[in-house]
Design a binder for this molecule. Structure first.
Ligand SMILES: O=C(O)CCC(=O)C(=O)O
Ligand SMILES: [Fe+2]
Length: 329
């Protein structure tokens, strides 16, 4: 604990350790072998959205999304409407931010020394005023968020249709109203066989968009094996969170994923956009949608309140029980 505390207080982050040229990682970072190794293969479903507005072609796309969300919980989307320049600019801005000298980082109160930044973008009462967002990525973040929010809603409509519901159903439940941005930095690791970049976990929220740079590292659990995700250039990755697994009564899966330590000299950057439920009153409850509870498919989870959800969200250490496991009937 003393060593962890000292590392925390140094505020240099893992990047600082990497920059200092260490060849042996401190023992506090060493993980059990089973947390790192695993048989693996490559590839998750790829969904081409070029014809998403065509009434003839849309049903086939809905079917692909439904299958990917049910079997993999993860998919990559190509030919989406976000210009490649927008993707490049947010990745570059976050890289530049993390690589800034420490004094410039002090401009932000974000936990930059923990190798990631995170910013609430909505609802408005949770979002910081624009002038509190560091200038290094302020403009790029605003542009990226606008596009990411739109893409989230395009995919949420397809996911709604895949459940046999009206396309607006998930949105009407305000399931996408909270948006949180994350800018992760995974520096070069001299002993990638002893540690991980990010421990295995499921995402607690509704839906996540991931935009990694071209340095590999993400793995997704599929049929008991770790699968390497190789993002196609310009693709966006989507994954289902615990909340949506519950609301969909288990039709969509929130799957375990992790990031391996980075063996490359080039840093791995990953942009993350978490969508989560927005305004719900303290006494409101969520649970499997009534339309999805059928005699042959009874409710798989019990309903839960905002308080239960938030308590789980904030107490969920990366290894602790997910919401899904807690609510399972
Ligand atoms: O860095 C990545 O690609 C994954 C990040 C992630 O899974 C998360 O932040 O929830
Ligand atoms: Fe995640």
């Amino acid at each position: 604990m003393k060593e962890v505390k000292e590392f925390d207080e140094s505020k240099t982050g893992v990047k600082g350790l990497s920059d200092s040229g260490i060849t042996n990682i401190p023992r506090i970072f060493i993980h059990a072998p089973e947390k790192i190794s695993g048989e693996n293969s490559v590839g998750i479903p790829v969904i081409d959205l070029s014809d998403v507005q065509s009434p003839d072609k849309r049903p086939a796309i809905v079917e692909q999304i439904r299958e990917a969300a049910s079997i993999w919980g993860f998919f990559q989307v190509i030919n989406h409407s976000i210009p490649l320049s927008v993707l490049d600019e947010i990745i570059t801005a976050i890289k530049r931010f993390h690589e800034h000298p420490q004094e410039l980082k002090a401009e932000s109160e974000a936990a930059t020394w923990h190798d990631y930044v995170s910013v609430w973008l909505s609802p408005p009462d949770m979002a910081p005023p624009a002038d509190r967002i560091p200038t290094v990525y302020r403009r790029e973040l605003a542009v990226w968020d606008k596009h990411a929010a739109e893409m989230g809603s395009v995919v949420a409509e397809l996911l709604s249709e895949g459940l046999g519901l009206d396309s607006k159903r998930l949105k009407q439940l305000s399931l996408l109203e909270t948006r949180i941005f994350g800018g992760m930095y995974y520096p070069y690791c001299p002993q990638p066989d002893l540690t991980v970049g990010l421990s295995d976990h499921t995402d607690p929220g509704v839906l996540t968009i991931l935009l990694p740079n071209q340095v590999w590292g993400l793995q997704v659990m599929h049929e008991g094996k770790w699968v390497d995700v190789k993002p196609l250039p310009g693709a966006l990755l989507f994954n289902i969170g615990d909340f949506l697994q519950i609301v969909s009564n288990g039709k969509y899966k929130s799957v375990q994923h992790r990031v391996l330590a980075n063996p490359k000299k080039e840093a791995r950057i990953s942009i993350v956009h978490w969508f989560d439920v927005g305004n719900w009153g303290d006494s409101d409850e969520h649970g499997p949608l009534p339309e999805l509870i059928l005699p042959e498919k009874p409710a798989q989870y019990r309903r839960f309140t905002k308080q239960e959800y938030l308590e789980n969200f904030y107490s969920k250490g990366l290894d602790s029980k997910s919401l899904v496991a807690k609510l399972k009937l």
